[in-house]
Design a protein around this ligand. Structure first.
Ligand code: ATP
Ligand code: MG
Length: 349
């Protein structure tokens, strides 16, 4: 039986996790599927319970699972903690060898009116950024900060580039079959290597087309007309910048999920937003990004497109009916939105 480790986290974390899990449960009844779900303390909640953000039992549970589902962690309560909640996040990312970060940007019909893009462009926007997460200028040596000069080093090996490109090409095969490699190959040696490696990887995916684009030109297209993109593959630094830019064109960070892919162990799924301490306990947190994280997990890890589809359709219906939380100008609560989605799921039985 598929086994999911759930880390509900802090502040709005448990609120949106409960919502997403109730919806997931209702969908399992429709598709006759059965996932085992085990919850573990993580972040501030774990500091409160056992004095550290990533207890050994939580890490062991996560490692043994087929997928990890995480809501946000942290908050002002733990600002002075000896070990902050965020330290737990860095440790779990490292322990699970999460080398690829995947962020979809899709504007569903019900969301078009909230996007800053022109409506006809917004409704055709559907792309994924595959960002390399464990190398590049964030980790290259030497690095040094002096008073009169400073050094960072952009470093990539052929194996690191090949690994991330294979993720991108495989993903493209189940989408629109196009990969765009974003780089600065007119200036950077690492970018030139990316192009060389891409030229050797692409022939292994004859059904997928590929092109190269400079990152500066692509940054402009993301906010003007991103409809040409399907799967974007890029380095750690460029991916960091572009994935926040991409989030902005959907109109809210409250909708977007992410996948961090492990080398051998489980992938980790989480909303891209934080724990929103300012609205915690008010019952108004937008659960969409958490629900989309479940959908992404079902699709990419479990290949259960049936259960994912049941959730996705019910969510789209609910958004189109205007049942939305205050961050979208609606007056729904987390609970009333969840109830509406479950009702839509049950109607498909
Ligand atoms: P982190 O450092 O953990 O990423 P952050 O400081 O970037 O956190 P968030 O916690 O993401 O910030 O919150 C930014 C703003 O967005 C806050 O005003 C918060 O209330 C709002 N927000 C974030 N997520 C949601 C959500 N799911 N529903 C409603 N509002 C949200
Ligand atoms: Mg943030």
């Amino acid at each position: 039986m598929p086994n999911i480790a759930v880390l509900p986290g802090d502040c709005i974390g448990p609120e949106i996790m409960n919502a997403a899990l109730e919806i997931f449960k209702a969908a399992q009844q429709v598709t006759n599927t059965n996932y085992t779900i085990q919850s573990y303390p993580f972040g501030g909640a774990a500091i409160d319970a056992v004095g550290e953000p990533l207890p050994a039992s939580t890490l062991a549970g996560a490692k043994a699972a087929d997928a990890v589902l995480l809501a946000a962690i942290g908050g002002p309560k733990w600002n002075d903690a000896k070990e902050r909640p965020e330290a737990g996040l860095l440790k779990i990312r490292k322990s699970l060898n999460l080398f690829a970060n995947i962020r979809p940007t899709k504007i569903t019909p019900g969301m078009v009116q909230y996007s800053p893009l022109k409506p006809d462009i917004a409704k055709n926007t559907d792309f994924v950024i595959v960002r390399e997460l464990t190398s590049g200028i964030y980790f290259g040596q030497p690095r040094r900060l002096g008073t009169a000069d400073a050094v960072d080093t952009s470093h990539y090996t052929e194996a690191e580039i090949k690994r991330i490109l294979e993720v991108a090409f495989t993903m493209a095969q189940s989408r629109q079959k196009h990969v765009t490699v974003l780089d600065k190959a007119n200036v950077l040696a690492t970018s030139k290597l990316w192009r060389q490696v891409a030229a050797t990887v692409a022939p292994n995916y004859p059904d997928v087309t590929m092109d190269f684009e400079y990152v500066d030109a692509a940054a402009m297209k993301i906010v003007s007309n991103p409809t040409q993109f399907d799967v974007i593959a890029t380095s750690n630094l460029f991916g960091d910048i572009l994935s926040d830019e991409a989030a902005a064109i959907t109109g809210s960070i409250g909708t977007i999920p992410s996948e961090s892919r492990g080398i051998a162990g489980p992938n980790l799924y989480e909303p891209i937003h934080g724990s929103a301490p300012d609205i915690a306990g008010k019952g108004i947190a937008n659960p969409i990004a958490m629900i989309n994280s479940v959908v992404m997990m079902l699709t990419n890890t479990f290949h259960d497109t049936q259960t994912a589809g049941v959730i996705q359709n019910a969510l789209n219906q609910t958004i189109e009916a205007g049942t939305l939380t205050p961050d979208f100008g609606g007056n729904a609560t987390t609970t009333s939105m969840t109830t509406a989605i479950i009702k839509a799921i049950e109607a498909t039985k």
